[in-house]
Design a protein around this ligand. Structure first.
Ligand SMILES: NC(=O)c1ccc[n+]([C@@H]2O[C@H](COP(=O)([O-])OP(=O)(O)OC[C@H]3O[C@@H](n4cnc5c(N)ncnc54)[C@H](O)[C@@H]3O)[C@@H](O)[C@H]2O)c1
Ligand SMILES: O=C(O)C[C@H](O)C(=O)O
Length: 341
């Protein structure tokens, strides 16, 4: 993700890894001044694949942009005022739009408890994106992801610009956590631990598939399963009212954006877990599902099947699907009943 340094005429010049990179890759962050938004914007500024960084928030976008703009990497950074025209300008021409705008949990809350506040925030930002950046890849971070992603889909459908290949719920943090937690048990390098996590992004909808990893013995490890499914709660509790995961989430969001840019710039075989409009369980009424997805220039190129499951994992998946269906319906119903202006 960092620039490669090359000696040119005796001096060092900074060049992006991809020689065939297109000229422009504008990335927009909506909610850029928040706990996730700031470190995420920082990481994007360090990414040589990003040429223009647009930072929007209802408060503090220009300040964060001024700060980050002093970092000596090539990309431009622009902060936008919290006005409809500021939002439209932030979105115009974006290849990727990341949405961490919304309130985080406090101890004792579930992600679903955020629905009442965040549903309308995401709905309104989705409307702006559908109008000003209809072809962008939309990366939804705001919780509850299981419901906010369907909200974005409904808005894009209503505007006639829905492209299921370009809408992603960011579930990267679940696999980041899973690989870290496994490495703590196995005393291994987390970079070597590829744990598939499928389903959704909350509690029992988060389903790690240890049977498919190099440690099938971890299936049935209740403590590990709880950590992966409720890792977010660990952070919420430790922050004690000051919010939820921000720094690890920024890393996860930046990783996902980097993967999309790599794939868009022609790299093959780029695969990330993500919550997408998926055919896998539509026959059971579950229209969105997180699994490994191969990314390409057109977004989600290939949705990978969940593969062979252990009997215990199948039980987890059944519980996941029941919850997920309700979470998705809640988002769809919200837009039908509250279409907004
Ligand atoms: N997907 C994940 O894995 C994951 C991980 C961590 C947190 N989250 C979620 O991300 C969201 C943000 O978390 P945070 O810790 O950054 O919260 P935060 O409160 O620190 O930041 C949110 C930011 O959004 C801004 N905002 C609010 N309404 C807005 C609007 N209409 N337009 C633009 N900006 C707006 C706020 O001004 C604030 O700066 C929460 O919903 C949280 O639950 C998701
Ligand atoms: O736990 C939360 O509320 C934030 C996020 O979804 C996480 O997984 O850390």
């Amino acid at each position: 993700m960092f620039a490669a340094r090359r000696a040119v005429s005796g001096a060092f010049q900074t060049r992006a890894f991809s020689a065939s990179a297109r000229d422009l890759s504008k990335v927009t962050v909506l909610g850029a001044a928040g706990g996730i938004g700031q470190p995420l914007s920082l990481l994007l500024k360090l990414n040589p694949r990003v040429t223009d960084l647009a930072l929007y928030d209802i408060r503090g976008g220009p300040g964060v942009a001024a700060d980050i703009s002093h970092i000596n990497t090539k990309s431009t950074v622009t902060g936008y005022d919290p006005t409809p025209s500021g939002l439209a300008a932030a979105l115009k021409g974006a290849e990727i739009v990341l949405i961490p705008a919304g309130v985080p949990r406090k101890p004792g809350m579930t992600r679903d408890d955020l629905f009442n506040t965040n549903a309308s925030i995401v709905r309104d930002l989705a409307k702006a994106a559908a109008e000003s950046a209809p072809n962008a890849n939309i990366l939804v971070i705001a919780n509850p992801v299981n419901s906010t992603v369907p909200i974005v889909a409904e808005i894009f459908k209503a505007k006639g610009v829905y492209n299921p290949k370009r809408l992603f719920g960011v579930t990267t943090l679940d696999v980041v956590r899973a690989s870290r937690f496994v490495s703590e048990i196995k005393k291994s390098d987390p970079a070597d631990e590829n744990i598939t996590v499928v389903g959704g992004h909350s509690g029992v909808t988060i389903v790690p598939l240890f049977s498919q990893s190099s440690h099938p013995d971890l299936v049935g490890n209740a403590e590990l399963l709880k950590r992966v499914q409720f890792g977010g709660d660990e952070v919420v509790k430790a922050k004690d009212g000051a919010g939820s995961a921000t720094l690890s989430m920024a890393m996860a969001g930046a990783r996902f954006a980097e993967s999309l840019l790599k794939a868009a710039q022609g790299q093959k075989g780029v695969t990330e877990p993500t919550f997408v409009d998926s055919p896998l369980y539509k026959d059971q009424g579950v229209d969105f599902f997180a699994s490994k997805v191969e990314l390409g220039p057109d977004g989600a190129e290939k949705i990978l099947d969940v593969g062979k499951l252990d009997a215990q994992e199948q039980q987890l998946l059944d519980a996941c699907l029941a919850d997920l269906k309700k979470n998705i319906e809640k988002g769809v119903t919200f837009v039908a009943q509250n279409p907004g202006n």
